[in-house]
Design a protein around this ligand. Structure first.
Ligand code: NAD
Length: 257
């Protein structure tokens, strides 16, 4: 229970990777502040079942004023944010010339700018305590590109850049900033892309899943939210106190090619 007494805020933690990371941090004893849409009660119940205090704030990560309200809530209700996991994210697939402007703006706001806002608001107290962990959930698409994902690739390359710059600003403090770059993880965000591929190519769900993996991920295995959660726990540990500004791929070999 090496995170007992720490509070972790995980954005977009009602589902998928964010929920997996929240549960791993809770298993180490951290108090959790959850965020996100959808099955809020289900997510709260799963984390609370691990025996830690659980709070929730429904801020929309595309809205800076709501992010500020969430950070104030975390300070008042949970004693501040020791561990910040910037995870909320959305996807839209289209070529640049067809990309809806509103989707571009939403992806940049949710997948990139929200991490700037939470970080700028969390860092002063982390500096004052001389301890903090910021873990940014980037992607293999923070390191390499795929066609038809311009906004996502731009946002994920951007969050890797934000990670490096803020890690350098904090390099002489007890606050570290790192990014995790998952390959394919079977979450609702990816299931939508599998469904679209099945419909486009006349494939079954299983065939579309195998085709999706085969195209990019040499292991032919999905990364799991649990594996990403355990990496986040490591980055929060004292053993990782001098890991700074890395973009750590967990992608079955995707970016080794
Ligand atoms: P998901 O759709 O399962 O979960 C996304 C979470 O973000 C949900 O909790 C959702 O409610 C929340 N969210 C969405 N828009 C929001 C908003 N405006 N405000 C607040 N919360 C919002 O997706 P996931 O696959 O778990 O993705 C989580 C993160 O991991 C994203 O940043 C994604 O880009 C990244 N990622 C996913 C994969 C993958 O293969 N699934 C791979 C690499 C990186």
């Amino acid at each position: 229970m090496n995170l007992k007494g720490k509070t972790a805020l995980v954005t977009g933690s009602t589902s998928g990777i964010g929920l997996g990371i929240a549960m791993s941090l809770a298993r180490q004893g951290a108090t959790l502040v959850l965020n996100g849409f959808g099955d809020v009660d289900g997510a709260k119940a799963r984390v609370a079942a691990l025996g830690v205090p659980v709070h929730y704030h429904g801020a929309d990560m595309s809205r800076p004023a709501e992010i500020e309200a969430m950070m104030t809530f975390a300070a008042e209700a949970a004693g501040g944010v020791d561990i910040l996991v910037n995870n909320a994210g959305i996807q839209h697939v289209a070529n640049v010339e067809d990309f809806p402007v509103e989707r571009w703006d939403a992806i940049i706001a949710i997948n990139l700018s929200s991490a700037f806002h939470t970080s700028r608001l969390a860092i002063p107290a982390m500096r004052a305590r001389n301890w903090g962990r910021i873990v940014n959930i980037a992607s293999a698409h923070g390191l390499v590109a795929s066609a038809a994902k311009s906004a996502y690739v731009a946002a994920k390359h951007g969050i890797v850049g934000l990670t490096k710059a803020s890690a350098l600003e904090l390099a002489t403090t007890g606050v570290t900033v790192n990014a995790i770059c998952p390959g394919w993880v079977l979450t609702p965000l990816v299931q939508k892309q599998i469904d679209a591929r099945a419909a486009r190519d006349g494939l079954s769900g299983d065939e579309a899943r195998v085709a999706l993996l085969g195209e990019k991920q040499p292991s032919l295995q999905f990364t799991t939210p649990e594996q990403l959660g355990e990496l986040a726990v490591f980055l929060c540990s004292e053993a990782a106190a001098n890991v700074r500004g890395v973009a750590w791929a967990v992608d079955g070999g995707w970016t080794a090619q």
